[in-house]
Write a protein that binds this ligand. Structure first.
Ligand code: YSA
Length: 464
């Protein structure tokens, strides 16, 4: 049985807002329309679209997605699941973000060819706090910068599955959830089959993982009437286990929806295990790096990414793409994507610094380079190499290039500088003997930017 729903509604919606919200949202609750944006890959049970639409239109629903704290930051792949949850919130539904304080200790085998390294309880606790911060920041940025209607959004609820596993005995879990879980179905999951036949094999802990994720759904269904679970398409096996358990034990239909996996240009899943993550924590991937990653999205991918990662109406995306196609070299669509996603992940301040650093580094803006704040400079320094040097009277372009270790040998330096491949503060410097002076070559922030070719930057901070 589902219970606690009415109480939850009262908690979620202040009396003042109940009326406004229910009229505002009643026509927009059908989040299955997000299929038009390419947001859903699969729905389970198959052919349940009509039932789902009926339920969604009937009133606010509870949806959850889980995140295992196996690193101290979420990444761009996880962001798609969060954007999906934000769409549910925008449609007036109740969103639950589950932090896998318990499941993070077990390790989800989905999509993996070998077991995850075991984490200590302290590490998982630290990671849980960090990813909760990521998620809270994103929901708060969305509310502040990307939500314009004059109504409050429903609050997001956070829950850690240690809350129930901490006090649930192994005997009770096996005797309740385990009794209903069918071995044949558990063994048939893709994540299990792939690993059973591999050399690495599969531990019992990993095999059991799906039972824990299934039991979570039962718990959330009991607590808050949670009938929907969203996850990446690699989560479908776990979600089907949950669907089966909740249907058997609670007897109420529940539904799983998956978003497509965000992949690299080579088609590999983006994520921490693949070692190619673009992180959401600014300490790991700066706003500037995130912004640049998105500005570099291929033309063939940008429309899809705009539909998936921004809240722009589809008509605006189509208009933007028309503008973009007239002059693709301007990267108008990529810049809009970068702006919207950076705003969501890092807020206005993050977007401002990402743009400032981009202008300083890539758009040849000397003014922007000279204005770089210390925080923004920190971001630049990660993309470029930092050299701290004394500025000696009479130092030439060649001297400085060699002191800053821009070239492996003097011969290379002479050849490349002579051929026009060396820049001082974005200006081509072809004369190796030109003398650098504080007045002409040092910016007001006491920095000179050197560049070899198109991409290799060196920031010289002059010692005084
Ligand atoms: C879910 C529900 C529970 O009741 C308990 C735990 C979980 C967590 C889940 N088993 C898991 O391990 N998720 S995750 O931490 O690896 O990723 C969080 C979400 O981001 C998942 O839905 C996952 O499919 C999704 N994700 C990861 N990389 C992705 C991606 N989605 C799209 N593209 C990618 N590259």
């Amino acid at each position: 049985m589902f219970f606690g729903r009415v109480r939850l509604c009262k908690k979620y919606f202040s009396a003042r807002n109940i009326c406004v919200l229910s009229t505002r949202w009643s026509s927009n609750r059908n989040v299955l329309k997000l299929k038009d944006r390419g947001m859903y890959q699969d729905v389970f049970p198959l052919n349940s679209n009509h039932e789902i639409v009926d339920l969604l239109k009937r009133g606010d629903q509870c949806v959850y997605a889980g995140f295992d704290p196996t690193a101290d930051s979420l990444h761009v792949g996880n962001l798609l699941v969060l954007v999906n949850l934000l769409h549910w919130q925008r449609a007036g539904h109740r969103v639950v973000v589950l932090l896998g304080g318990a499941t993070g200790l077990i390790g989800d085998p989905s999509g993996r060819s070998s077991a995850r390294p075991a984490l200590s309880e302290e590490e998982v606790e630290r990671n849980t706090r960090a990813i909760r911060d990521n998620v809270e920041r994103i929901f708060s940025n969305h509310r502040r910068f990307l939500w314009t209607p004059n109504v409050d959004l429903p609050e997001v609820r956070f829950v850690n599955n240690l809350e129930w596993y901490g006090s649930l005995s192994a005997v009770r879990l096996v005797a309740t959830a385990g009794r209903h879980a069918r071995m044949a179905a558990m063994l048939s999951r893709h994540s299990v089959q792939a690993r059973l036949s591999s050399e690495a094999g599969m531990s019992f802990a990993e095999f059991c993982y799906q039972l824990f994720q299934a039991y979570d759904w039962l718990e959330l269904a009991r607590r808050w009437g949670c009938r929907f679970q969203v996850g990446g398409s690699d989560q479908m096996g776990n979600m089907v286990s949950g669907h089966d358990l909740v249907s058997r034990v609670a007897g109420t239909p529940v539904y799983a929806l998956t978003v497509p996996l965000v992949t690299t240009e080579a088609g590999d899943k983006f994520g921490k295990s693949a070692g190619n993550a673009v992180w959401l924590d600014p300490g790991r991937t700066s706003p500037f790096e995130l912004y640049q990653f998105l500005v570099r999205v291929r033309d063939s991918d940008v429309e899809r990414m705009l539909k998936l990662f921004t809240f722009k109406p589809l008509a605006s995306v189509a208009a933007l793409m028309e503008l973009h196609q007239a002059q693709p070299e301007q990267r108008t669509a990529q810049k809009r994507l970068a702006e919207q996603v950076t705003l969501l992940v890092h807020g206005e301040e993050g977007l401002r610094s990402a743009r400032e650093v981009s202008a300083a580094l890539y758009e040849g803006s000397l003014e922007a380079l000279a204005r770089l704040s210390t925080a923004a400079m920190g971001q630049v320094l990660r993309g470029a190499e930092l050299r701290e040097l004394p500025l000696r009277a009479g130092a030439t372009v060649l001297d400085v290039a060699m002191q800053a270790r821009c070239f492996p040998s003097e011969g290379d330096a002479r050849r490349i500088i002579g051929a026009g491949g060396f820049y001082v503060n974005h200006q081509r410097a072809c004369n190796t003997e030109e003398v650098l002076s504080r007045a002409a070559h040092v910016l007001p922030n006491n920095v000179t930017l050197l560049r070899v070719g198109k991409k290799n930057y060196y920031i010289v901070k002059w010692l005084t």
